[in-house]
Write a protein that binds this ligand. Sequence first.
Ligand code: NDP
Length: 299
Amino acid sequence: MTKNRQNDELFQVTFIGLGAMGWHMASHLPKVCKTVKVWNRNFEKAQQHAQRFGTIAVNLQAAVQADIIFSCLPTSTDVENLIASVNLKPGSIWVDCTSGVPSSAFQLAERLKKLNIDYLDAPVSGQTIGAENGTLTVMLAGHHDACLRAKPFIQAFADLIEYVGESGSGFAVKAVNNSLMAVNLWAVAEGLSILKAQQVDLTAALSCINHSSGRSGMSETIIAQRVLNGTFDRTFALNLLQKDMGIAIDLMRHSQLELQVLQATQACFDQIETTKAASLDFSAAIQRLEQDTGYQLRF
Ligand code: NDP
């Protein structure tokens, strides 16, 4: 997809939160906007970003004076606190790429509307590699006109931008998506545990599965790239996946549904305590399964 630079030289875009995802997402914005400002809590990272990608590192109050403000922080609470600490510019659009809580999106959208500011929930999927390549999927929600205005800028780091509905819908889709990812990862690992117990070669087994109906995104990527090779490289922290599953389970309860697989999977991933989970990749949850079964899943 061609990423066209917006011609209006006065138009300013800001990116807040240069973490594993935000660092890469912000790096694409100079393709579509002449002035791209960045802010990060650890400000050195913002300065490094500016040096590397031609963005401009500014303080937080200056950052929120842009026409479009992107944020990508760990949780909705982080975004709420940050928004509460600044004076925003009327007429701007806040595009929140955090994987957040639907009710928070709804409340922020209502609150900011009174200041003539649009708040959109726009969580992303595609892992750090998708952020680096500018090929993320964006689950965009909120006021439809504001979504249309923000879209050319979101396109800088996205291949698919899907409008999914009113405020909160984007966060809901993201929470369900990540819960499905967790279900798939755990299910593939359980299947491979059986095969290991049966002394089947896991490389051959995975090759068959990936050419058969049992395959999934997890069987095709993470299982080989992080579990079977034993690296468990950290790009998406396990505590963030635990948060996403918690959001999905809260939505399930709010919808008065009682769904067994999602709840059982959440219990599996929650076996690792949150503080420890913050230092681990989400794939490392499979190490608990390995301890329980006594079978290590390695090539
Ligand atoms: P990281 O932990 O790598 O980065 C978090 C960023 O938020 C850092 O820039 C950090 O600043 C900043 N931050 C943390 N707390 C605060 C705060 N209280 N106030 C201001 N800034 C803060 O997270 P990720 O980039 O991995 O994830 C960000 C969001 O994207 C999460 O919601 C996650 O669920 C989601 N996501 C992550 C994916 C992944 O593969 N990693 C994939 C898709 C979505 P500092 O540098 O100072 O610590």
